[in-house]
Design a protein around this ligand. Structure first.
Ligand code: 4AD
Ligand code: MG
Length: 467
């Protein structure tokens, strides 16, 4: 069986024109002409393009099957590959045999009819939405960027570490975690002592789905130098925004002997490299998505590729925001986190550029970040992209055990829970840094689909895990 994506290659060899090929796919739409020919547009998801099938009345199942084919039917087609006389498509298949492998029940009610559907509607039919060109396009871009990242890191001598999804630690110290348990909560005796209560549980301890693989990743960075993990992470944040998912994919990298400056440089280089790749190899898909989203995605991607990122301290950012004439709905105060409206003002208006903010106040960042000599800020960084806001968050890690222990206390975290993490600081401690990149947020930016639910196959958000 040939994929549609292979046909453009096949056709470069003239010998293949008029040769017989067989393909399989789903009907986008079909048109019956009065002269006894049916034109069928077939897609198989392998590329952006559909292929036109020409079915003549001479086919033995023309009258009893072909005339009844509707959008969504699946077909196996054998036929001759021909250069198309019309300019709309480059080639077509003149069918010698068409087998309908799957009919559509009640075609009038087929949820993905050829008419235009809103993205909101498509979220209600997540199981069928990959049949649309927009969702399959995003899926191919997502796949290609993921592969590109693996290759990019491999070339730079990073090792892939599969960090665990189940954990007993609150990596970010934020408490927004999903519990993992096999206890039968409905039939349990009340137990006041939390420790004793979870002793009966599967892991003998209260356990969660991880919010980040970072702490485990650090153990490998402190022995294998350059490592990364790329997997799902879970956050029980009750925020139903266009930028938040309860389950999202995060690329996390960790580098030994790297400081914050090295990390910032690396993040910028990596993003630029991804953008270059997309523009070089996926131009047709980006051009299609530009039209669909009414966005000039080439300009947006070039914004990352061609401009030097703005690298600016948090303290300076607060000054800029305070001095701006724009009225924000959230007040600006040193020591407090930025809201998306502040981030957007910086990236879309003030700088009109990607922005990396570094040295945030220690109070608003995680316990593991390296304490700067001012004792007020930590060596952290957030990379913000226009329209999306934060796409990367990272830091140099606190590798000095005495300071780390003080930080644990400040966060009211138990030293004993972090015993193995502390061991890394006790045995051959090393300066090291790392970041996490929200994969869906990057895909949102590149594809111009600003609702994060549209760039992950099956979104998980509050009250929504239907598919
Ligand atoms: O800034 P965050 O919370 O950083 C960490 O988890 C670190 N442990 C990473 C590290 O240093 N290894 O998350 C990293 C990125 C954010 O910048 C954002 O892009 C994305 O993950 N992110 C989310 N994406 C979708 N939905 C959510 N609820 C997200 N929360 C964070
Ligand atoms: Mg963050």
């Amino acid at each position: 069986m040939c994929l549609i994506s292979n046909i453009s290659q096949l056709i470069t060899n003239k010998k293949n024109i008029n040769s017989e090929i067989s393909i399989g796919g789903w009907v986008r739409n079909r048109r019956h002409s009065k002269i006894g020919i049916t034109f069928i547009n077939l897609y198989d998801g392998s590329c952006l393009e559909d292929i036109q099938i020409i079915a003549s009345y001479k086919l033995n199942n023309y009258k009893n099957e072909i005339l009844f084919i509707t959008s969504g039917c699946s077909l196996k087609v054998i036929g001759k590959l021909k250069i198309s006389p019309k300019k709309i498509q480059k080639y077509e298949i003149h069918a010698s045999k068409i087998k309908v492998t799957g009919w559509v029940d009640n075609p009038g009610k087929y949820p993905i009819s050829p008419k235009k559907h809103s993205l909101k509607y498509l979220r209600e039919v997540c199981h069928l939405r990959p049949r649309t060109t927009i969702i399959s396009s995003i899926t191919r871009i997502r796949h290609n960027i993921a592969l590109y990242i693996h290759n990019f890191l491999n070339k730079k001598k990073f090792f892939l570490i599969n960090t665990p999804l189940i954990t007993t630690l609150d990596t970010e110290g934020s408490g927004k975690m999903f519990k993992v348990s096999t206890l039968d909560f409905l039939n349990l005796k009340y137990e006041k002592n939390k420790k004793n209560f979870f002793k009966k549980d599967f892991f003998g301890k209260e356990s969660f789905l991880t919010v980040s693989g970072q702490l485990n990743l650090e153990t490998y960075a402190c022995s294998m130098s350059k490592v990364y993990t790329f997997g799902p992470t879970f956050r029980a944040e009750n925020s139903n925004t266009k930028r938040h998912l309860a389950e999202f994919w995060m690329l996390e990298i960790e580098i030994a002997f790297a400081n914050l400056k090295n990390l910032i440089n690396f993040a910028e280089k990596m993003l630029k490299s991804i953008c270059k790749y997309i523009l070089c190899f996926h131009e047709n898909e980006i051009s299609f998505l530009s039209k669909k989203t009414e966005n000039n995605l080439f300009n947006k991607i070039n914004k990352i590729l061609l401009n030097k990122f703005i690298i600016i301290k948090y303290t300076k950012v607060i000054e800029i925001l305070k001095n701006s004439k724009k009225k924000f709905s959230h007040s600006i105060k040193w020591g407090e986190d930025l809201f998306i409206e502040h981030e957007k003002y910086l990236t879309n208006t003030y700088f009109n550029n990607p922005v990396i903010i570094y040295n945030y106040p220690k109070k608003i960042k995680a316990f593991y970040m390296y304490l700067n000599s001012d004792k007020k800020t930590v060596a952290s960084m957030d990379l913000l992209l226009p329209d999306i806001g934060e796409v990367i968050g990272g830091s140099q890690r606190e590798n000095r055990i005495e300071i780390f222990d003080k930080r644990l206390k400040e966060f009211k975290l138990n030293q004993s829970d972090y015993w193995w993490y502390r061991d890394l600081r006790k045995y051959g401690t090393v300066p090291h840094s790392g970041f996490g990149l929200g994969f869906e947020r990057l895909i949102s930016y590149i594809t111009g689909l600003y609702n994060i639910k549209d760039v992950i196959p099956f979104p998980r958000t509050p009250y929504n895990a239907k598919f």
